[in-house]
Design a binder for this molecule. Structure first.
Ligand code: ADP
Ligand code: MG
Length: 153
């Protein structure tokens, strides 16, 4: 894996959605099947924008929007990609434990918005956490993104 580009860890400022998408694309290039990326931040912080940028870099060509009637969607990129949004799940523990199984697995890369919901429930079905991303509003179109590798909070 020494050919892989270094992921953009650390703290970044973006000044618009395109910059956030570009940063996400750089992270995506360092990912491999089986990886799960958790994306935290308030409503409108840019989580879905980030996922869109990552998906484009992974070869997903269709619409990338937050799932509304399901917890997730699956896309066909160069590798299979999943996009979960757990916002409306008050408590994942109360749901079917197999719920995540359709979206996470060794052959696919998964992006999870609102991962706090799964973590509150002590849910370990998320699989191998490759990276954590946090987005914060910094006024107007500015956002601060913090990217950390692995499961470290
Ligand atoms: P979330 O999924 O966190 O609720 P979205 O990605 O759906 O957020 O929405 C973010 C909104 O903020 C979009 O309308 C996007 O165009 C806008 N935006 C403005 N500046 C930025 C930025 N720097 N990064 C990401 N999104 C931005
Ligand atoms: Mg969203």
């Amino acid at each position: 894996m020494c050919q892989q580009p270094l992921p953009p860890t650390g703290v970044h400022r973006t000044r618009g959605p395109q910059e956030t998408e570009a940063l996400a694309a750089r992270l995506a290039e360092a990912l491999e099947p089986g990886d799960v990326v958790l994306i935290a931040g308030e409503l409108g912080a840019g989580k879905t924008t980030f996922v869109r940028g990552a998906c484009r870099a992974l070869g997903v060509t269709g619409r990338v929007t937050s799932p509304t009637f399901t917890i997730g969607q699956r896309y066909a990129g160069r590798v299979p990609v999943s996009h979960l949004d757990l916002y409306r799940l008050a408590d994942l523990g109360a749901e079917d434990p197999a719920l995540l199984a359709d979206y996470v697995g060794p052959e696919r890369i998964a992006f999870v918005e609102w991962p706090e919901v799964a973590e509150r429930a002590g849910e370990d079905g998320l699989g191998r956490i490759a990276a954590r991303v946090r987005l914060e509003h910094r006024g107007g179109d500015e956002r601060e993104l913090t990217i950390a590798l692995g499961d470290g909070a």
